[in-house]
Design a protein. Structure first.
Length: 262
């Protein structure tokens, strides 16, 4: 399920993203006072965290707040604008500063770790496509933080911007596998271990020449270590760390090249 942000009324969405969080309710007939944009967004995030985006609706948010869906429309025009607010507010959880005292590389690792943790806390973020940026304060906050850390490399910002995109994509691509591993166990009722054991046994029975047909793949087998952590989640984390190492190695090479011959 892919959700595209930025699909609601442009002006209303931008006003909600950048304006005051609390909106005074209208006078006369209508919803009871006491709601706010902030309360609605918080309830929506709680639902998405616990049940996924498929369970999110204006009705479900209203029920969580003890109100009708109609009561919410005074504050938020609809679900599309609500998704923008949810996404942007959640991105705002990322810490705003990372010390480069120990070097830009250590800071970049800390920042990438924080992004990983953020997406695992709120896995529905991975369903919101970056193809349509929200352009809210949370999104700008993430960009500013990433740029600030990587600009400390001394490379021109014109190059740093591509490193930022690469780092963000490494995190998002790797953490998606970890998040979906957790989701699969929860939604199917079958642990990852049980799933693998059932199918690996059948694979050995039905394809006895598997190793001969795919020798390079077979060589990976002995390198897999036993662990209490689910296999796919562990592999996703290792992939994230390896990809980040390679990216930052490339940045260090670029720094050396930019400094010229010694």
């Amino acid at each position: 399920m892919v959700v595209f942000a930025g699909q609601g009324d442009a002006r209303r969405s931008m006003e909600l993203l950048w304006g005051p969080r609390v909106v005074a309710p209208r006078t006369g007939p209508g919803p009871k006072p006491g709601l706010s944009v902030e309360a609605i967004v918080a309830a929506a995030i709680d639902i998405a965290d616990a049940e996924g985006m498929a369970s999110l609706s204006m009705r479900s948010v209203g029920e969580r707040l003890g109100r009708t869906a109609m009561a919410l429309y005074t504050y938020v025009p609809g679900k599309t604008e609500l998704v923008d607010l949810m996404y942007d507010r959640t991105l705002g959880e990322l810490p705003s500063s990372y010390s480069v005292t120990s070097g830009w590389r250590a800071a970049a690792f800390s920042l990438a770790d924080a992004l990983w943790d953020l997406h695992l806390r709120h896995p529905w973020l991975l369903q919101v496509s970056p193809a349509r940026p929200v352009l809210g304060p949370g999104e700008f906050h993430v960009q500013e933080t990433l740029l600030s850390v990587l600009a400390s490399t001394g490379l021109p910002l014109s190059r740093v911007r591509w490193v930022v995109s690469a780092l963000f994509n490494i995190v998002r691509g790797s953490v998606q596998a970890a998040a979906e591993s957790r989701q699969a166990a929860r939604e199917t009722g079958l642990s990852e271990e049980d799933w693998w054991y059932a199918r690996s046994a059948l694979l050995g029975e039905l394809v006895p020449d598997l190793t001969a047909r795919f020798p390079t793949v077979a060589r990976l087998g002995p390198s897999v270590e036993l662990s209490d952590e689910p296999y796919l989640e562990r592999e996703a984390r290792l992939s994230f760390e390896a990809g980040l190492e390679l990216l930052l190695d490339g940045v260090e090479t670029a720094i050396v090249k930019a400094s010229g011959p010694r």
